[in-house]
Design a binder for this molecule. Sequence first.
Ligand SMILES: Cc1ncc(C[n+]2csc(CCOP(=O)(O)OP(=O)(O)O)c2C)c(N)n1
Ligand SMILES: [Mg+2]
Length: 347
Amino acid sequence: MATARESARRSTKQGAEPHVGIPNDQLLKMYRDMVLTRRVTDRMIALQRQGRVAFFISGQGQEATQVGVTHAIKRGTDWVFPYYRDQGVCIALGMTARELMLDLFGKAEGPCSHGRQMPSHFGHAALRMVSGSSPVATQTLHAVGCALAAKLRGLPEVCITSLGEGSTGQGDFHEAMNFAGVHKLPVIFIVENNGYAISQPQSKEMAVKDVADRAAGYGFRGSVVDGNDIMAVYQTTRWAVEEARRGHGPSLVECKTYRIVPHSSSDDDRRYRTRKEVEEWVKRDPIDRFQKYLLGAGILSEETDEQMRAGIEEEVTDAVRYAEQAADPDPAEALKHVYAHQPTGFP
Ligand SMILES: Cc1ncc(C[n+]2csc(CCOP(=O)(O)OP(=O)(O)O)c2C)c(N)n1
Ligand SMILES: [Mg+2]
């Protein structure tokens, strides 16, 4: 498994820039996106515990994967088909804290579905992020269809789709992989391997150690990367995206990570994993790790960090206030976009 430090060592020897070629201002933006994601999701967990929203599902622990992948694409050109845990993808793509809170509260102004879907079915037309369905892995087929369209039209667009490792057992995923391989489509499958599908550990989900091995069965590249090392994730995804744009077909990138919180606000993870295991992973928190790296490299100072975090607190507080007071959707509009002609029997 390649880490960013190893890759950076290799690149430096070849005369490339340090920090895997990422300019300092972008490194700082990546860090800010991770911290903002964590603070937004912290607040979302609290809102659910306070009974102010019904349900929440968090990507905490997976921020390096989500932010690293999103920084590696061409935002505004490439298409994104995320999954329910991808708050970090949304933020790195350009969704604001307000927009994420509007989605959580199911408000009319929410960009994902204007209050029609459950929260966490992320979508944003202006950012080329396509909303998905609740059955896991269905978004992989949507991404493949979009990649086929890009190829047929000769457009330099790449499609990125993400899913959990448990969802790679679904038929949809294998159909998507097969079609992408046969037609050499510009699509990247990002597997956020957090070791569990709700209560089921990976050993009960599949008989292979690495999901990446599955790509060979469909005739394309599969890479394993340390999903808690943002620069390694960035570098591996960047390469996959460039290959896809050159017409060299799909890739699968497996990011090994961990969710440090329960599956959702309805889950009690004490029933299937030990506190010790969770604590070990908390010690490897991807945000602390990147913070240490940036401080050590002199890219971030303690003072800038504090100022940045204070700004984020204000942004998140403003987002909650704004979204909670925003208008609910109009029930009379519930069927808008569902039928071309309103069926009889509805008010
Ligand atoms: C087809 C289908 N089966 C079952 C579910 C219920 N379900 C929702 S999330 C989930 C676990 C998925 O695990 P994984 O793919 O590893 O993603 P993670 O939640 O760990 O990020 C399941 C079984 C569903 N949404 N769709
Ligand atoms: Mg999982």
